[in-house]
Design a binder for this molecule. Structure first.
Ligand code: CP
Ligand code: NVA
Length: 302
């Protein structure tokens, strides 16, 4: 029984195989070839935060795999009224074949996983968003062919879920990653130190330095879910970290732009970039479906 709480829960080889399988199953969908690997199985999904892509892609993915997904808003189940995480995990494990959870602190999903007897998948915590990064890697692979040796630049909030999972995903896929953030928003040092033992991870306060010769430019919202009270301050703090036409001039001519979405045009990215020819954000959103199906198959298939 395997959980998927961070990108590091897959080995480099497993990550590579999973991306290949995702690309194969994507083609099977396009060719109308059914692949009911999880016939009769159920995925429970607990959401403590909003979602469009994660909810829909997991639900559709389970359906395409011949199974079923159950959407559970934390407000509607007893967890929201104080039933313990441990009891919820033990009870849910008696009904479903796997669980996806979107919550706030990462410790909560770790506690859930420690008490569950079925695989637990992280659908986003404050600290990690690993299923998004599976889709990001798949998208880069589709467009660039090979991940190895590419330079990834992440511009924006270095201390959020996307940055941490991208750092882990980049080094595990043999890409280099550089993060540019304002003071006070540096990535978690433990995550950086651990990733640095596997590959090239660096940090700068200068977004131009980060983007210089980059093959891949990635950004994310300046205020993540849970940071709403800080929006005004963050708009000021991050204003020099916008991905716009001046900044992308420093990148490789054939750079790709990625954003996990939802996006705020005019804040972290300008419309001409996210809606422009280098942007692959809608392939990236689609690939949530295919990459997660490969993950579900790997973790749940009997
Ligand atoms: N990118 C992503 O996780 O989107 P949702 O919040 O809509 O699920
Ligand atoms: N960093 C963002 C990602 C949303 C998919 C957030 O946590 O809100």
């Amino acid at each position: 029984m395997r959980h998927f709480l961070t990108i590091n829960d897959l080995s480099k080889e497993e990550l590579h195989e999973l991306l290949e399988d995702a690309i194969t199953m994507k083609q099977e969908v396009k060719d109308g070839i059914p692949h009911p690997h999880l016939a009769g199985q159920t995925l429970g999904m607990i959401f403590e935060k909003s979602s469009t892509r994660t909810r829909v892609s997991f639900e559709v993915g389970m359906y395409q795999l011949g199974g079923h997904a159950l959407f559970l808003s934390a407000n509607d189940i007893q967890l929201g009224r104080g039933e313990t995480v441990a009891d919820t995990a033990k009870v849910m494990s008696r009904y479903v074949d796997g669980m996806m959870i979107r919550t706030f602190g990462h410790a909560k999903i770790e506690e859930f996983a420690a008490n569950a007897t079925v695989p637990i998948i992280n659908g986003l915590t404050n600290e990690h968003h690993p299923t998004q990064v599976l889709a990001d890697l798949m998208t880069i692979k589709e467009h660039k062919g090979e991940l190895k040796g590419l330079k990834v630049a992440f511009i924006g909030d270095g201390n959020n879920n996307m940055t941490h999972s991208l750092i882990q995903g980049a080094v595990n896929a043999d890409m280099s990653i550089i993060v540019a953030s304002p003071k006070g928003y540096e990535p978690d040092q433990d995550i950086v130190d651990e990733a640095a033992t596997e590959g090239s991870v660096s940090f700068t306060y200068d977004p131009k330095e980060a983007v210089k010769d980059a093959d891949i430019i990635i950004t994310d919202v300046w205020a993540s879910m849970g940071d709403e009270a800080e929006i005004e301050t963050r708009l000021q703090t991050f204003k020099d970290y916008q991905v716009n036409s001046d900044l992308v001039d420093y990148a490789q001519r054939d750079y790709l732009f990625l954003h996990c979405l939802p996006a705020h045009r005019g804040e972290e990215v300008t419309a001409d970039i996210i809606d422009g020819p280098h942007s692959v954000v809608f392939d990236e959103a689609e690939n949530r479906l295919h990459a997660q199906k490969a993950l579900l198959k790997k973790l749940l298939k009997k």
